[in-house]
Design a protein around this ligand. Structure first.
Ligand SMILES: [Zn+2]
Length: 251
């Protein structure tokens, strides 16, 4: 029977005290595999918290190298990392924090072609991509495999996050995007962002991920908005569209 080592009991002592985690939950986290799409403002804190909590297998995919303009919000990186592939710098830092877990860094983008390999063995996908096309690809490829995913986006002083259930009972990302007339958020590159705003959304995604992996219910299909400057927070329930090109049975 699987059990935790003395070292793991010490490392995870504070979260093991929580009835929501306990030994069973810690073993669940250890057996879990999460794909994080993006190693930027959302992906860095998300992977750090998942690695810290002992999620046993974390795969992260990103095509970019660390740039100086990343450092204000991607605070895991240092000046010495500039010019290095983000996934290499990030996995090195995560490995230094927790040598007990499996870390995979994949240089590249998430798209329909890459999905097959990237989703192999994955329990949950976290979008940290800053790309609407990547989100559409994540939505489609996880829907085909009945996997849940957590969308996240942050730009300027506000962000949003949504949990999509494995079979999209509460609707899918395509329902949202097409209902809003392709509501592209625009990227941080063009519009700017305040660092802690990305962190705020990443924390919501991290917490939702741990809850899901621990077997707790999530607010599936609820769009959560947060404006960190105006200090305004709201949520609306997504409406599944019967004519949705992905989940509406229209194909
Ligand atoms: Zn849909």
């Amino acid at each position: 029977m699987e059990t935790l080592t003395d070292n793991q009991l010490t490392r995870y002592a504070r979260q093991l005290l929580l009835p929501q985690v306990d030994l069973d939950g810690q073993m669940r986290l250890q057996r879990s595999c999460v794909l994080v799409v993006g190693a930027g403002g959302l992906g860095c804190p998300v992977t750090q918290y998942l690695a810290g909590a002992g999620v046993g297998h974390i795969r992260v995919v990103d095509p970019d190298q660390v740039e100086l303009s990343n450092l204000p919000r991607q605070v895991v990186y240092t000046e010495a990392d500039v010019g290095i592939a983000k996934v290499d710098a990030l996995t090195r830092r995560l490995r230094a924090a927790n040598a007990d877990i499996v870390l995979e860094g994949c240089v590249g983008r998430f798209d329909a072609d890459a999905a097959q390999g990237l989703l192999d063995g994955v329990d949950l996908v976290i979008d940290a991509s800053d790309s609407n096309q990547a989100r559409l690809d994540i939505d489609r490829s996880t829907y085909e495999r009945q996997l849940p995913w957590l969308m996240g986006a942050a730009v300027q002083t506000a962000g949003q996050w949504i949990a999509f259930d494995p079979i999209r009972q509460g609707g899918c990302y395509h329902c949202l995007v097409f209902a809003d007339g392709d509501e592209a958020l625009g990227g941080c590159t063009a519009l700017g962002i305040l660092g802690p705003v990305a962190g705020m959304i990443a924390m919501q995604q991290s917490l939702a991920a741990l809850k899901y992996l621990l077997g707790a219910p999530l607010p599936w299909g609820v769009v959560h908005y947060a404006d960190g400057w105006a200090d305004e927070y709201s949520s609306i329930t997504l409406t599944a569209r019967p004519d949705c090109p992905l989940c509406g049975g229209g194909d």
